[in-house]
Design a protein around this ligand. Structure first.
Ligand code: FAD
Length: 601
């Protein structure tokens, strides 16, 4: 059976040392996040996930969810009890606003915990995860009455939330949705239509489920400009918060899918269900985007989470499994063979995984800090800077983070040889679970287009210029240090590749938009490579300073500097190759017509 230990030392390094969270103590909510509190949350959170959630991961995968004839759904054995424990310990309240019963702690802590939850049991983590997304949308766009009615119970996890966008004929192109919302005399709407693939859409873990649903009102434009957002509870809620009668939404079926079997992916049939408008009519997509942005960062964390748990198991296996001899001569001559850990090709896979997971963790937690600074930083300028950077990097965290997370999970399966392909070792589940993160919350192709088609050009390119400046400043600063200078120079070259790719888009994409579409995926990966390189430079700087100070934990800090070097040697060169692919443009990619794709007779 696979195992999981939360990487608490690394999370504490990033939060306390790299981000210096305690240094923001004069901002609201941060005053409570002292180093002691942070350490306690990280350590206890990690323990909870490893001890309560991880043991249910493999059994949840094997058992899956069961739909009954009345449309009710039972989650795998142990999930309900684990969710009771999750709720009672208040884990879902960590970073939620105090006004509605949350603890108001920085998002950095909430994100660190989310990674542990997802590594331990991704399918389980999606029940509270989607609730967080629904809470974000209601916080941003709900009326005061809606907030008071729904948020306290959602934040306490007595109720959970869902997001309902997808319909059978449309997933990416939401302008085509057909679900109807007819206004009623009492101010509510009657919602009718079919939504598919709704995660956590029906289950037995909470007393109510609050669905956020996209639908069109009569006469609304039949495009993305005619979409409105509605809150539709599974059980109607009285003015005093009491649970009332069952609403007209039922689970028609659950999908049999590749992974995340413990999460119920539902077809939801709305048949005159009572719903209430959230925000303004026809402005639903913008409201949903708030929820999706929060969710996209969460999905990026899922990419990291499966890479991490797969990596931990692969390291243990590589140290234990004996095959062949080290190329430089037997490492353990007394044994019949050496551990596979000695083989450079195995080490390549493990180092790739280590460099990705630690770099990605730093990026996710840095991103979570930007989410807080967007609202809480002292000056307008700082708030705007944080908002621009996290807006720009959200598709990178989601798209690059999950592409790479899946690749790493697959490589960790490879470390197991044939045993990785056998279900009992658990590696196959990590690969299967990781795969969905590339698809939902906007496919990674859509993330790449969001980055290149929208975010690069926003405000005349202000966000990308701000990114180039912060990375460039850190490079310039690091060049003054003998150990860091070679890393800074390598990162500077990769950043130069990204700048050249940006320029190529500016000069070529206007005249032929297919050039943008053909290169967007490559650009997203170049930016992911550069951004993780930036994180590694920052981590190496902190680690180097700790080594110079001569304190404890020497091996940990030396590991950081060595892994930073590996990252610069082995990841950054790909930026140049990707830039060349991008600059090949779209001609050869779009050259053939559909006849050429038909299989020859
Ligand atoms: C397990 C699971 C859970 C899910 N959970 C939810 C949920 O909770 N709520 C919810 O609403 N939905 C959910 N989804 C739906 C998911 O978000 C969609 O499947 C996804 O957005 C893609 O939509 P689609 O499947 O219709 O694919 P399509 O939109 O048909 O896309 C097919 C392919 O075409 C590409 N493509 C489409 N349009 C463009 C374009 N303009 N430019 C470039 N490429 C394009 C896509 O990238 C993709 O590769 C879930 C799906 C799954 C499988």
């Amino acid at each position: 059976m696979p195992s999981y230990t939360a990487p608490t030392r690394d999370a504490r390094f990033i939060i306390n040392e790299m981000l210096d969270l305690a240094g923001y103590a004069d901002l609201p909510g941060f005053e409570a996040a002292s180093v002691d509190v942070t350490d306690a949350v990280i350590n206890e959170g990690g323990k909870f996930c490893a001890e309560v959630l991880a043991p249910l991961n493999q059994s949840g995968d094997q058992e899956g969810c069961t739909r009954h004839e009345d449309g009710s759904v039972t989650t795998p054995k142990g999930f309900k009890e684990a969710f009771d424990q999750f709720r009672e310990a208040g884990w879902g309240t960590l970073s939620q606003p105090e006004e509605f019963g949350g603890q108001g702690m920085p998002h950095v802590l909430g994100f660190a915990f989310e990674e542990f939850v997802s590594s331990a049991n991704q399918a389980f983590g999606m029940y509270p995860g989607l609730t967080n997304g629904a809470v974000s949308a209601l916080l941003a766009k709900g009326s005061q009455e809606q907030k008071e009615k729904y948020l306290p119970k959602m934040i306490s996890n007595e109720w959970t939330g869902t997001m309902n966008l997808t319909e059978p004929h449309c997933g990416t192109d939401l302008g085509m949705i057909r679900t109807k919302a007819e206004p009623q005399a009492d101010g509510s709407y009657s919602i009718t239509g079919t939504k598919i693939f709704i995660s956590a859409g029906e289950h037995d873990m909470a007393e109510n489920i609050i669905h956020l649903v996209l639908a069109k009102t009569p006469g609304a434009p039949d495009s993305s400009k005619g979409i409105s957002l509605f809150v539709v509870p599974k059980f109607l809620v009285g003015d005093d918060g009491s649970i009332g009668e069952r609403n007209g939404v039922v689970c028609g079926s659950i999908e049999h899918k590749m992974g995340i079997h413990g999460n119920a992916t539902c077809v939801l049939n709305y048949d005159g269900a009572k719903g209430w408008l959230v925000g303004e009519e026809n402005k639903g997509l913008a409201a949903m985007f708030i929820m999706m942005n929060a969710a996209r960062l969460g999905v990026g964390v899922q990419g990291l989470s499966q890479a991490e748990v797969a990596y931990q198991n692969a390291v243990a296996y590589a140290l234990d499994r004996r095959q062949g001899r080290a190329l430089t001569g037997p490492a353990e001559p007394e044994a019949q063979a050496d551990p596979i850990f000695v083989h450079p090709d195995v080490r390549r896979m493990l180092m790739d995984a280590k460099a990705f997971t630690e770099g990605m963790r730093a990026l996710c937690l840095w991103g979570a800090l930007q989410v807080d600074l967007t609202h809480k930083a002292k000056t307008e300028e700082e708030r705007e800077q944080a908002d621009m950077l996290i807006g720009l990097l959200t598709p990178v965290i989601k798209g690059y983070g999950t592409d790479k997370g899946y690749e790493v999970a697959t490589n960790m399966q490879q470390v197991f040889g044939g045993h990785g392909y056998i279900e009992e070792w658990g590696m196959s589940q990590f690969v299967r679970d990781a795969r969905i993160a590339q698809i939902y919350e906007g496919t990674n192709g859509v993330q790449a287009m969001d980055l290149c088609g929208r975010k690069l050009a926003q405000k005349g390119g202000a966000a990308i210029q701000a990114f180039f400046k912060v990375v460039g400043d850190d490079i310039a600063d690091a060049k003054g240090d003998n150990t860091l200078a070679p890393m800074a120079e390598a990162l500077e070259k990769a950043l130069g590749q990204q700048q050249a790719a940006t320029m190529w888009f500016m000069q070529n994409a206007m005249q032929n938009p297919n050039h943008l579409g053909a290169g967007a995926h490559h650009y997203m990966h170049i930016m992911g490579i550069v951004t993780l390189g930036w994180m590694w430079l920052r981590m190496a700087k902190v680690a180097q300073a700790a080594l110079a100070a001569g304190g404890e934990d020497k091996a940990f800090y030396e590991g950081k500097v060595a892994t930073a070097r590996y990252y610069m040697d082995r990841y950054l060169p790909d930026a140049g190759a990707l830039r060349r692919k991008l600059e090949a443009g779209s001609e050869s990619l779009m050259a053939l017509d559909e006849d050429a794709f038909a299989t020859a007779a």
